[in-house]
Structures are given as C-alpha cells and as structure tokens.
Design a protein around this ligand. Structure first.
Ligand SMILES: [Zn+2]
Length: 639
C-alpha cells in the first residue's frame, strides 16, 4: 500500500503553487489592494464577490462562502479527492508525489517543529504589540522614523520591539503555554545555569519570514549601547541562514508578477527599498549568499540584480555571488551586478537621492560577463601576448563550471575575442580545465550571545509593561497605522465582556472565547454539547449557538457552517477567520481546543483549592461566585 504523503511535501506544494494563476485559469482576477478579485467560480456571480489573497494563498467568496486554499480549490472546483488534488498540483509544478510511512518518531519531530513555529509566532505578535504599547516604545519609534520608515512599512514588515527586562518575553511565552526548552530551541532564550533570560532586550525586532510568510527568526537592532548592534536568532530547526532570504515573502506578496529581485546586503536596505516603492529586494541574514538562495531566486524571476557597496568587501561579496551564479547560467535568468559609489548603501542612497537616484544606479548595473572579465583582467596588460594567454588560463576554469547552453557559448566567444584566438582553441582550453574551486561558504559564525541583563533578573519590566498597558498615555500609537492600543496579548487573556463580537486586530492573540469559535469554525466535529460559562457574554452565547447548530443540523464542514450563519454576526466573524488564518492545520486546532479545555480544567482545580467546590456544570456557578467576590472586593476599594 502506498505510504502517506509527507506533510512537508504538502506544505511545500502549497508554498510553490501560485493560487492566483491556478484560479486565473478559470476566472479573470483583478488586483485590488493586497488581494485579487473576480467573479466566483463556484456560484453564478453577478458582481465580483470572490477574492484571492496571494499572501495567504487562500480564496474566499463573500457571496456563497466558498473558501480554502489551492488544495480545496482543486478538490471542489475540479472534483478531485484529496490525493487526486495533491497529485494534480504536483503535476502542475512538475514534481513527483513522495510517499512515506510516518513513524511515531517522525510524528513527534513534526509536532516539535510545529511548536517552534508557534513559539516564534507568539513572540512575533508580542514584539509587535510592544512597539505600540511598551514603555520603551518612544525610543524605538524615534529610531524608525529617523530611518524614514512610515508606520505602514513598519507594519508590513512586522517590525516590533523587545522589552527592556530580560524576562518579559519569557514570562509572556510561559503564560502562553511554552516552556524554556522550546524558547531556547527557537533561539529566543539564553540559558545559563540558574538564570535564563530573553535573547532580545530593548531592541527593535525584524521578523525573518520564510517564503510562505511564517516567521522563523528575528533580527534585532539595539536601542542603547549594548553589543552587538544587530543580533539574529540563533539557527534552529526552522531557521537556516543559508536558506532563508529576508524580504522574499514580502516581495512576492507585494508584486503580482515579479520581474526582478534585487539582492542587497542589509535587511534595513530591503525595508528602505520597499519604503521607496521598490518592494523587490531581498537580503541574507548575516551570511554570504548561497547556491540555495540563488536557486530560489532563479525559480522566481528572470532577472537577479546583486547590489553591493563599492568597497573591497562589497566586491568580494559580489565575486562570491558570481561564483555561485555560474552553474545556474542556463539562459533562464539574467544576473546583473551593481556596485554603489563608495560609502553608499541602498538605504543612504535612497535617503540622499530618492527613487530616481536609485533607478539611475540600477540602469548602470553590469552584466555578469563584464564583471567576470573586469575582475579577472584587473592586473593584466591586455596589450601583451603573454597576458592574453594568461587570461585564457585564468578564465577557463570558471567557464568550465557553466552548464552547456547559449550563455556558455557566448562566454566562449567573448573569451576568444579577448584572447585573440579562435573559439575552437578556447573550447579546448575550457574542456581540459579543472573547474575553478570555489571558496566554501564560510559557516555562519554562531550568533554572539547578548550580555546578560543586570543582576538581579527580575520581572520588573514586565510589571511596568502591564501597568503601562492600562495607562492613558497613547502617544505614538498612531505610528503603527490603523492599530488601536490593544489588550495585552497573553495567550489566555480573559475576554472582556463584550456587547458585540469583535476580533482584535491582526497580530494580537485572540481571546480564549474567540479561539473556541475559531476551532469550531475550522473543525466543526469538535462540537459535543453546549458549554457552561461563568459569564455569558456575546462570545459565550455565540459559541453555544454554533455548537447547537452543528449538533442539531449535523453540520460537518466549514463551508456548511459558513452557509448556516451567512449574513449574521457570527458569519462575519467566520469570514474574518477565513481571511486571517484559513490554513490553520487540523491537528493544531485540535491541540488548541485541548489547551483551552485544559485551561478550563485548571481553573476549576484552582477554584477547588480555594475551597470552592467546582466540577462539571458547577464550574459555572463557582466561577460566578468567585468573580462576584472579586468584584465586590474591587468595589469596596474604590472611594
Ligand atoms: Zn461564490
């Protein structure tokens, strides 16, 4: 029997299929903001009510409620079963579907990996929240404004802020259900005997996202005099510097068709270019560009421009990029090299001369061939016969590394012209040459360890933050566009009783009740029977309404649930879930549900310890009594 299709393959498939082009085969799509819109391929649509998000790789119809990803599209539109859909998409991408038996060990490894994504994601949300709310946000916002970044750009790149205290993130993540081990593995925590502390403190944080947009690591810049100036997450199971390109996800989502990608040296350059409406730059994270990086770029665009500083280090980095590019010169991708005037980087150039200045520089980028010959001829006097012969000997080993094809033929022509001989002799020379050895890419140095926070490690910063969150000082909150000061994103923050169903802005953890609803929406089978709540607000009522609908009407799919609640407040929240996180994995939902339930159990246990009998349905009345007691105590305190 054929084994299981590895989840990693399905992930990769969803990663590489361009949903807009898949759906574009059936209906015409037009760009509208970040999304594409068109007439729904699933129902008789008069006005375009169907929208596709290339960023999230999902679609949603506001008319009939159809929604999903490339796989659901293939299933529902093309009438395939799951395996058939995977095979169809794989064929489209020209890849074979691998099969494997998943051992318990592999399954454990997969789960551990997912936990890493989750913990980094939680840290990401927390950092972004801090930039809008933390006590040290003013310095960070001043710094970003000083670099010319708008709030919108900061938001797009998910720029955040780590608190001053060495314990704030750790404490937040602990409360969200992660342990030190997971934080350390994700490169967020420094572990020392007797004292574990946050890796990033008082730094502006830049999430490093993989192609699919999942945050896998951070780069962080100091706001004080600490060393080092820039600090990256250490490498982890989900973050390999030699593979991830900073800005690639943002570039893909900002451009419907990407014609060109610019490889720059610094992450800040990527952001600066995007700020100046050139959202097509990528950078490595503290490592030289690798063959792996280049392969990703070549698959995506017909033109790659390497942009380096004009100094010696820049030239060296350029040469390394050239060495890696040679074996990929198959005529599909053009490589250009741009060396900026001495002392300039893209950021400073843009600040000084704006987009026009940068475009002028771009137009002067040289072809790989020119860079290669210029670099190798630099010490040769081409008027002299022996120098010309030497050139042949020097260049041949490099040409040897090129694949057969037109680019190589043209290079042979060029070398023959420069040496002043015929092509046959040059071809012979190249054929017999040893391929030039390329300097192995230096293994990225381990990230320096940030200095430990001043003794003693306390959670002062955290408390300060908690208090700050409640203060009225909202100065600067308008920096991060269209975000309101938001509640502290603790994993289990109690939801304030609300009159209306309203989700917090993207980036802020959902309150527990919304998470219940989210689980039910994606996985209706979780519904068993209505729940008892200490406090019955809009959310609690909605949860029970949904549970009852699922049970009473035997609803077994998200689409059916969506249909049932269409044009209601709950339906509006469902549409929002689809828009925000439709790819949420089933096992993750089940785990989330379990966490929520465990939390309810723990709460009951806590109540019991306090002498309040709480079990089963008594939970509700016990909680109600506790809350009533607390409220009474608070009322008494007030003058
Ligand atoms: Zn529709």
């Amino acid at each position: 029997m054929a084994g299981q299709i590895p989840q990693s393959f399905i992930d990769q498939l969803l990663d590489t299929v361009e949903l807009t082009s898949l759906i574009g085969e059936d209906v015409a799509l037009k760009r509208s903001g970040n999304n594409y819109q068109g007439k729904c391929p699933f129902h008789d649509d008069r006005s375009p009510s169907f929208s596709v998000s290339p960023e999230k790789q999902v679609y949603h119809c506001f008319g009939c409620g159809a929604s999903g990803n490339a796989l659901t599209y293939a299933k529902e539109k093309r009438g395939l079963d799951f395996i058939g859909a995977v095979e169809m998409l794989a064929k489209r991408q020209g890849v074979e579907v691998p099969r494997e038996d998943v051992s318990p060990a592999q399954e454990r490894a997969q789960k551990a990996r997912q936990r890493l994504y989750d913990v980094v994601q939680a840290a990401d949300e927390y950092f972004q929240w801090n930039l809008r709310n933390a006590a040290n946000k003013a310095g960070a916002i001043d710094y970003l404004k000083g670099r010319g970044l708008s709030g919108a750009t900061a938001k797009r790149f998910g720029i955040g802020l780590s608190p001053v205290s060495g314990q704030a993130l750790r404490q937040h993540l602990t409360q969200s259900g992660f342990n030190d081990d997971e934080m350390e593995k994700a490169g967020l925590l420094v572990r020392k005997p007797g004292r574990n502390y946050d890796r990033f403190r008082n730094r502006v944080t830049f999430p490093i996202r993989d192609r699919r947009g999942r945050t896998v690591a951070f780069t962080a810049r100091v706001l004080d005099d600490s060393k080092p100036k820039y600090l990256n997450s250490s490498e982890s199971d989900i973050f390999h510097k030699g593979k991830v390109l900073y800005g690639l996800h943002e570039a893909i989502t900002a451009n419907r068709t990407l014609e060109r990608l610019i490889v720059v040296e610094g992450q800040m350059d990527v952001i600066a270019l995007a700020q100046f409406e050139l959202p097509c730059a990528v950078a490595t994270s503290g490592t030289a560009i690798t063959a792996d990086h280049l392969e990703q770029l070549c698959r995506l665009v017909p033109q790659v421009v390497f942009c380096f500083d004009g100094d010696k280090a820049g030239k060296k980095a350029g040469w390394r990029a050239l060495e890696n590019a040679l074996p990929m010169m198959d005529g599909q991708t053009e490589f250009l090299f741009l060396f900026l005037p001495d002392g300039q980087d893209p950021d400073s150039l843009l600040q000084a001369e704006g987009t026009a200045g940068y475009h002028k520089q771009l137009s002067q980028a040289v072809a790989l061939t020119d860079f290669l010959f210029d670099h190798l001829c630099v010490d040769l006097d081409m008027q002299r016969l022996d120098s010309r012969a030497r050139l042949g000997g020097i260049v041949a080993p490099h040409l040897k590394r090129m694949p057969k094809g037109l680019p190589k033929e043209l290079m042979l022509d060029e070398l023959a012209r420069r040496v002043g001989t015929d092509k046959t002799a040059i071809r012979d020379l190249v054929d017999h040459a040893q391929p030039a050895p390329i300097e192995p890419a230096p293994t990225p140095a381990p990230e320096p360890e940030p200095e430990p926070p001043a003794e003693p490690v306390t959670n002062d910063g955290y408390d300060e933050l908690m208090n700050y969150a409640g203060s009225d000082d909202n100065e600067g909150t308008d920096y991060y566009a269209d975000f309101d000061p938001a509640p502290m994103p603790i994993g289990e923050a109690p939801a304030a009783p609300e009159a209306k169903l309203e989700l917090p802005p993207i980036g802020i953890n959902l309150p527990a009740q919304a998470k219940y609803l989210q689980c039910l929406y994606h996985l209706p089978s979780l519904a068993v029977e209505p729940m008892s709540w200490a406090h019955e607000g809009a959310w609690e009522r909605a949860i029970n309404q949904v549970i009852e609908a699922i049970v009473d009407h035997k609803i077994d799919s998200t689409a059916a649930l969506m249909g049932y609640f269409s044009n209601t407040d709950i339906g509006r929240i469902f549409a929002e879930f689809t828009r925000r996180d439709p790819l949420i994995a089933q096992d993750r939902l089940a785990a989330q549900w379990q966490d929520l339930e465990n939390h309810r159990d723990r709460r009951s246990a806590k109540l019991e310890r306090r002498g309040i009998k709480a079990s089963g349905n008594d939970d509700a009345s016990a909680l109600a009594r506790l809350i009533a007691a607390r409220n009474a105590a608070q009322t008494q305190k007030k003058p």
